[in-house]
Design a protein around this ligand. Structure first.
Ligand SMILES: Nc1ncnc2c1ncn2[C@@H]1O[C@H](COP(=O)(O)OP(=O)(O)OP(=O)(O)O)[C@@H](O)[C@H]1O
Ligand SMILES: [Mg+2]
Length: 204
């Protein structure tokens, strides 16, 4: 379950995450218009090409909805049903649930289901990638599955506006890390080893 999220390093190597080893989740947070949806689409596309089935949760205005036809199922975050989610994610084989605008998932039953899904994902051919607002993710208003995503310490931060935001992906930032904010698709990432890398997501 390999997802390409961009290029980086001195040689512009492809940067990917393997969701089968280490934490089964990847969090994409950032400011509005920073390129969060585009990174979610790049990850979804590469996962699918590598043979992972997709289930999507995104508003229809999200670029992620472009992948809906090739996904096993696609749901609107304002209209989630736990039975449908369970049915869509059941069965053998690698499957990734990809969420865009995650702060729109507010139904308590769906939120509880997400928590259980995430907790049982590891070693179980399941993964979760979620993109959302850096302000809202895992704040007191949203203290459920988002906390587990943060604890997994894997993710990308696009256009950070405060060093404190590094905590969302499990790293400590200095003010220097804020200097490249405002470039769409430019992200600081923690691939799971706690190292901060700067990457650029392709616009596909
Ligand atoms: N990797 C990229 N390379 C170049 N331009 C990009 C990239 N990612 C995003 N953009 C530009 O930034 C715009 C916003 O991208 P995107 O919709 O992915 O961001 P977002 O953070 O999800 O925004 P929103 O706040 O609308 O949800 C795009 O229309 C595109 O023009
Ligand atoms: Mg978006």
């Amino acid at each position: 379950m390999t997802a390409v999220i961009g290029v980086g390093g001195d040689d512009l190597d492809t940067i990917h995450i393997d969701l089968q080893t280490g934490s089964p989740s990847f969090l994409i947070v950032g400011s509005p218009r920073s390129g969060r949806s585009t990174m979610a689409v790049a990850a979804a596309e590469s996962l699918r090409r590598n043979g992972t089935e997709l289930v999507l949760i995104a508003p229809q205005a999200s670029p992620l909805w472009q992948q809906a036809e090739r996904a096993r199922a696609a749901f609107d975050p304002s209209n989630l049903n736990v039975e449908n989610l369970a049915a869509a994610t059941a069965g053998p084989g690698n499957l990734a649930l990809i969420i865009d605008d995650a702060e729109l998932v507010q139904d308590p039953d769906a939120r509880q289901w997400l928590k259980t899904y995430l907790r049982s994902a590891r070693g179980n051919e399941r993964a979760l990638i979620a993109a959302g607002s850096v302000e809202d993710f895992g704040t007191s208003v949203f203290s459920g599955w988002e906390i587990d995503m943060k604890t997994n310490r894997r993710g990308a931060l696009l256009s950070p506006t405060a060093t404190l935001q590094g905590g969302q992906i499990g790293v400590s930032l200095t003010r220097t890390h804020l200097s490249q904010s405002g470039i769409p698709g430019r992200a600081l990432v923690n691939l799971g080893d706690g190292t901060i890398r700067t990457i650029q997501t392709p616009l596909i």
